[in-house]
Design a binder for this molecule. Structure first.
Ligand SMILES: [Zn+2]
Length: 329
């Protein structure tokens, strides 16, 4: 399914802005350097003139043009060499006068020949995700505000580890996952009771990944299923569903206790399609592994447990602890 025209126009506007910015910056550098080293401006004029001569020679000449063209070519090369030497002699890199495009592949046009360049694809995804998240809360949770002091610094005999140390490992795993998202090929399953920080870490990853220019769709699983169900039954177009499958990172927060047959099928479809395209996702739930299997069935359970990196959350409900801390102040 193609992106709608609004998304397309917004992404193209951003490509054009990048191009305009790159050209403007190039003009600024030229202005500075030509003032400092006037010979550089002369070289640019001479290079433009040889270019015009070459074009005229090809268009107008009836006889043998090869020797004249060869002469112009060598003039051109020696001017370029002189320019490079001048720049290096004055302490500048020899490429400094070339336009520094954000995307060297398409020179910030968004297209390589007839095909859409990867840079424009990334912007399309980002713009579509922005629209998909509109109306759902994506509050600014960050890793810095994840407070490990809420987790007991004590050994838990049931699991034979220190809870705070364990949660520090979970936090670090999430930080590394977000920092190296461009290489992320695993999905995460966050398991644990309510109030243990799953949403906080999922949203911290989302914000870090969005900052790197990736498209993220976030919402509670319940809302995502509901919006997709609406689209499925023709109550609106399929823009949202498209972004759920297409975004760089999908976050399905709080898998609900009760799953309708539509939700189960949709979840299975989402997991399979995204795995097929190597697009990661984060699923969080308060359900235990046993409950997951009984509510969502063996085929979803085996994918979640077998293919996702499992992050287990431990401790006591942080919302309660915060209230108690406030009350004691
Ligand atoms: Zn490009």
């Amino acid at each position: 399914m193609p992106y709608d025209s609004e998304v397309f126009a917004a992404a193209l506007r951003r490509v054009e802005q990048r191009r305009a910015q790159a050209i403007q910056e190039n003009e600024r550098i030229k202005y500075e350097l030509y003032k400092k080293i006037p010979r550089l401006a002369e070289i640019e004029r001479e290079l433009a003139e040889t270019g015009i001569k070459v074009a005229k020679e090809i268009l107008n000449s009836s006889g043998d043009t090869s020797s004249k063209l060869e002469k112009l070519r060598s003039q051109n090369l020696s001017l370029q060499a002189e320019r490079a030497e001048l720049l290096v002699a004055n302490g500048y890199p020899k490429e400094i006068l070339a336009i520094n495009y954000f995307c060297p592949k398409c020179h910030d046009t968004g297209y390589c020949g007839d095909s859409v360049c990867d840079c424009l694809r990334a912007l399309l995804r980002e713009e579509a995700c922005k629209r998909a998240n509109a109306g759902s809360p994506l509050p600014l949770f960050t890793f810095d505000t994840f407070d490990l002091s809420y987790y007991p610094d004590e050994h838990d005999d049931r699991f034979d580890f220190n809870v705070r140390w364990h949660m520090e490992k979970v936090l670090n795993h999430c930080k590394n996952y977000a920092a190296d998202f461009k290489h992320a090929d695993t999905s995460l399953l966050m398991l644990g009771k309510t109030g243990l920080g799953k949403t906080h870490l999922a949203l911290s990853i989302a914000n870090a990944v969005i900052e790197q220019g990736f498209g993220v769709v976030y919402d509670t699983a319940q809302n995502i299923f509901m919006k997709m169900e609406d689209e499925n039954f023709g109550r609106s177009d399929k823009k949202y569903t498209f972004s759920v499958f297409d975004c760089d990172l999908l976050i399905l927060d709080e898998l609900p206790d009760y799953a309708s047959p539509f939700a189960v099928n949709t979840l299975y479809n989402i997991i399979n399609t995204r795995m097929l395209h190597h697009r990661p996702m984060i699923v969080s739930t308060n359900l235990t592994e046993k409950e997951l299997e009984s509510r969502y069935g063996e085929r979803i359970f085996s994918r979640l447990i077998g293919e996702f990196k499992l992050l287990k959350f431990f401790g006591s409900d942080i919302r309660q602890l915060k209230l108690r801390r406030k009350a004691n102040c």
